[in-house]
Ligand binder design. Structure first.
Ligand SMILES: [Zn+2]
Length: 180
């Protein structure tokens, strides 16, 4: 049984919880149903029916779709295999001129477009901004998080997912295929 109510967890997820309460939750030993409680809150909010296996961000989720595990936006736009960086399938706005960089980091925080660029990733389905990263020119998109879902479910939740998947980054395979 979770020691926090659904209303409290929702406030935490939405950034509406008072800071002293947030600290209390962070410091407390985690209760076993917290993960499921959080997933259930997201599941009620999203526009798709597939079961959420893991929230990646407040808007992106790994879901069980038949025998596959795919990434979906809350709007239900699909990004494909969870082992491929979803950013490859998003709309990207690149700030690589002084003027566009200064809109984000003006004045003394200014970035030099010869060294840095800012990439903003948007969902093709709902136009939500999903991620922003500042990287040197030419560096591939950062693949922030490739979770070992089978290990997580087995060891932390005591559950087994329908099918085991090889825990490996597949992004390179897609890029190789595109390069042909
Ligand atoms: Zn979307």
């Amino acid at each position: 049984m979770s020691s926090y109510t659904k209303v409290e967890l929702e406030a935490l997820l939405d950034g509406k919880m008072p800071w002293d309460k947030v600290q209390e939750i962070i410091k407390n030993p985690k209760d076993t149903t917290r993960f499921e409680d959080v997933v259930n809150i997201f599941q009620e909010r999203v526009k798709f029916k597939e079961k959420i296996l893991l929230p990646l961000t407040p808007k992106l989720f790994i879901v069980q779709k038949g025998k596959e595990r795919v990434i979906k936006c809350c709007c239900s736009h699909e990004y494909g295999d969870y082992r491929v960086n979803w950013k490859l399938y998003s709309n990207v706005y690149v700030r690589d001129t002084q003027e566009s960089l200064d809109e984000v980091y003006p004045g003394s925080h200014s970035l030099d477009p010869r060294n840095a660029q800012i990439r903003e990733y948007y969902c093709p389905g709902c136009a939500s901004q999903l991620e922003v990263e500042a990287l040197p020119r030419g560096v591939p998109a950062d693949f922030e998080f490739l979770p070992d879902l089978d290990t997580f479910y087995h060891h932390w939740l005591g559950k087994v997912l329908p099918e085991e998947f090889e825990h490996v980054d597949k992004t390179g395979e897609v890029l190789k295929h595109w390069a042909k």
